[in-house]
Design a protein around this ligand. Sequence first.
Ligand code: UDP
Length: 330
Amino acid sequence: MKVLVTGGCGFIGSHLVDALLDRGNEVVVIDNLSTGRLLNLDHQKENPKLTVHIADIGEYGAIDEFFAGVKKVYHIAALADIVPSIQRPLDYHKANVDGTINVLEASRKAGVERLVYAASSSCYGIPDNYPTAETAEIRPEYPYATTKWIGEQYVLNWHKVYGLKTTSLRFFNVYGPRSRTSGTYGAVFGVFLAQKLNNKPYTVVGDGKQTRDFTYVTDIADAIITASESDDAVGEVMNVGSEGTYSINRLVELLGGEITYIPKRPGEPDCTYADTTKIKQILNWTPKVSFEDGVKNMLDNIDYWREAPLWEPDSIAEATKDWFKYLGKK
Ligand code: UDP
């Protein structure tokens, strides 16, 4: 079967491409390499079943031709991270909102059978209840969260209005090998692994007691494919999480090393924790990789982060200035 992955050169996308190729699919990737890297698919470059197109989903009409004959679309491409979304909201809108509507239209015109969208648990903001169910109030705290949520609304609307069979999956703190290493300050794993490689202390935010529902990337890829194979998932929004929540202090314990503390940031939840009842009921899906095994796999692949920028308290303070400036004023 011919399937298409937007953002296939990125962290989650490249793991999804691996899983789809493993299952014997012909895989078309669209990526503009803004944050994705060809290196993430280097191990597949001789695979005749993989085609990569360097194109921008945000440009209307630039991607339609690649959808010919495609049965399933996995829309993973997006700009991520909090600070750059505060600094460049128009870029985020173009990639995450215009990009999504362009992918939906190209899919509709090509007669695609199924589409799965990578949504974000950031739509819950600082929720009232843990674990957090899909019915929780939507409270985006910054433009990244807002654009991903608007994208989700379009994805559901294209089902309602045009009958395109879509599903939206809200991912919680995805981690694993190839998690992004590019310039901007972002997800904790890349930051900590580069610090470990450089024998620098881990920059723990606040008291490190905050917890995250760290979900391993191959579990995410598995949930995406499972959703795309079930008609029961059509028109649904479902959380995807690890069934646990783990403190930053626990992460440091597993990685081993010294700590330096940096200030707590406004708008950051003390906990993220998915209620996964719905995906369990509808898809019978459960995660397989424990936090301990996941962290061990990352340590086994630590060389990937040799090129990652090294963040230290001063450079983090500088990089997160706008975070405090705009989100700290409430
Ligand atoms: N974090 C940290 N040090 C860092 C970067 C992040 O202690 O240098 C913490 C952060 O406070 C949060 C957790 O790691 O509690 C996950 O942060 P990330 O940015 O990966 O995800 P998010 O906060 O968006 O869930």
